[in-house]
Design a protein around this ligand. Structure first.
Ligand code: RFL
Ligand code: PHB
Length: 445
């Protein structure tokens, strides 16, 4: 356990085990130290709101876990504003375009020109996690690794509690609110009665085999390749390290993919008619990731608020998962600030509704990119549609602009407004348009 800022309450007997149990209190209990949980704690700290983060893995494990790599413009801006952007600004690779490759030719989508000056930044998720952990500990914040047996209680009340075990001790953490940031396989979503939730999901008949290779990138922008052998993605992590993905079957056995086969397949799927070389190098890491779309509605139940992968999953083709997690906790931090600052619950009540609008946009974009770029087995009609769509996207400014706008990320809500404001003339409260209406930023006025 690191730090000791949260308040210890008297030791009481454990309700079921009759072991002594340590009671503690905080304002917001956060389950999960991924990008969502860690950034939420950081934003709350900036609003002087106390929180405790509980993580069931070790610090080393979560700092080494290789996952996302593409940060939207709004994510970068928020990390900088939160005071955790120093290394990101030094080491992150700013990209102004991506390539769509098909039929033996590459087609560049100029993200920056088409999105009115925005860009994306390639910076590994585990680097974001390292920066956030460092900032959390430097600020003396509570972050407990390797917790066990986490369970949630009284979440529908105004005094929800988290029970967990840490270093052999039973702990009860009493909170005003709980943030479920524990990813897709966490315990928070299943703590909500099933009847209170609606689930929307889609499975795909493929997965991604991803590798990290000690090989300098030969291109400085990402390449999304549509090929009759299947999709391939060319990405990177640094001037020395390439990140590559291949479409494979969902039940793919990694043992069937020796290094030579991986490189052979990458060469075949990324080939072009013009000069192009893929540099090979030692494979540092490899894994197979399933593809799924999933959304739970609502993203809140009583005083439990789900954020990030705990509430929604997208297939990685749109590079949206971590960015969505970050957008959720931005909304949640603003709502909690209002709640603890003025006692108003209207933004908290609107949390799910506010997040879901962005979530569904990203769900659609990720599904669309996935459907356009992957090979669907034995579906000649689909293949003809895909080629038509790809031709359209690289030849129509309107279609390319739509891709660019979604890829760099729609704006985060600039200002979360309460549902009422003081009328200066009468000094009475007057209702504003609903939160939904004032939140979404549209370019079409
Ligand atoms: P995380 O990162 O899964 O963190 C959840 C944390 O909760 C912990 N946990 C628990 N802690 C305490 N008690 C329990 N009972 C717990 N159960 C779980 C876990 O150990 C973990 O530390 O969720 P979060 O914070 O919502 O973040 C979401 C992102 O991790 C995810 O969406 C992205 O990685 C998705 N993703 C991508 N997103 C992007 O924005 N851009 C990309 O380019 C991108 N590429 C990708 C991706 C995900 C991939 N994989 C491997 C799934 C590429 C891949 C291959
Ligand atoms: C990555 O670099 O890991 C990456 C890039 C783009 C994606 C998904 C993953 O769409």
């Amino acid at each position: 356990m690191i730090g000791s800022a949260y308040r210890a309450l008297p030791i009481v007997p454990h309700p079921t085990l009759s072991l002594p149990m340590i009671r503690k209190r905080t304002q917001v209990g956060i389950v999960g130290a991924g990008p969502a949980g860690l950034l939420l704690a950081r934003l709350l700290h900036r609003h002087s709101i106390e929180s405790v983060i509980l993580e069931n893995r070790s610090r080393d494990y979560i700092e080494q876990r290789v996952r996302a790599g593409v940060l939207e413009q709004g994510t970068v801006d928020l990390l900088i504003a939160a005071g955790v952007g120093e290394r990101l600004q030094k080491e992150g690779l700013v990209h102004h375009g991506i390539e769509l490759r098909f039929g033996g030719a590459g087609h560049r989508i100029d993200l920056t020109r088409l999105s009115g000056g925005k860009s994306i930044t390639v910076y590994g998720q585990q680097e974001v996690v390292k920066d956030l952990i460092k900032a959390r500990l430097a600020a003396g914040g509570e972050l407990v690794f390797e917790v066990e047996s986490v369970t949630l209680h009284d979440i529908e009340s105004s005094a929800p509690r988290i029970l967990f075990r840490s270093n052999g001790e039973e702990v009860e953490l009493c909170c005003d609110a709980i943030a479920g940031c524990d990813g897709f396989h966490g315990v928070c979503r299943p703590s909500i009665p099933a009847a209170a939730l609606s689930i929307f999901e889609r499975a795909y008949p493929f997965a991604w085999l991803g590798i990290l290779a000690q090989a300098p990138p030969t291109r400085d922008e990402l390449i999304y390749a549509y090929h009759e052998r299947g999709f391939a993605l060319y990405s990177m992590r640094s001037p020395q390290v390439t990140r590559l993905y291949l479409q494979v079957t969902p039940e793919e056995d990694l043992a069937a993919w020796p290094d030579e086969r991986i490189w052979q397949e990458l060469h075949a799927r990324l080939e072009t008619d013009s000069a192009w070389s893929l540099r090979e190098g030692p494979i540092l890491e490899r894994g197979v990731t399933g593809m799924r779309s999933f959304v739970v509605e609502p993203m809140q139940y009583g005083r439990l608020f789900l954020a990030g992968d705990a509430a929604h999953i997208v297939p990685p083709t749109g590079a949206k998962g971590m960015n969505l997690a970050i957008a959720d906790v931005f909304v949640l931090s603003q709502a909690l600030r209002e709640f603890f600052g003025s006692g108003r619950a209207d933004l908290l009540d609107a949390y799910s509704q506010t997040c879901l609008r962005r979530v569904w946009r990203a769900e659609h974009f990720s599904w669309w990119m996935t459907s356009m770029l992957h090979r669907f087995p034995e579906d000649a009609f689909q293949q003809k549609l895909q080629r038509s769509q790809l031709d359209y996207v690289v030849s129509s400014r309107a279609a390319a602009t739509s891709l660019a706008e979604n890829y760099v990320g729609l704006p985060l809500a600039r200002r979360l407004q309460p549902a009422e404001e003081i009328d200066e003339a009468t000094t009475q409260l007057r209702p504003l348009p609903s939160i939904k209406e004032v939140l979404w930023n549209s370019d079409i006025a």
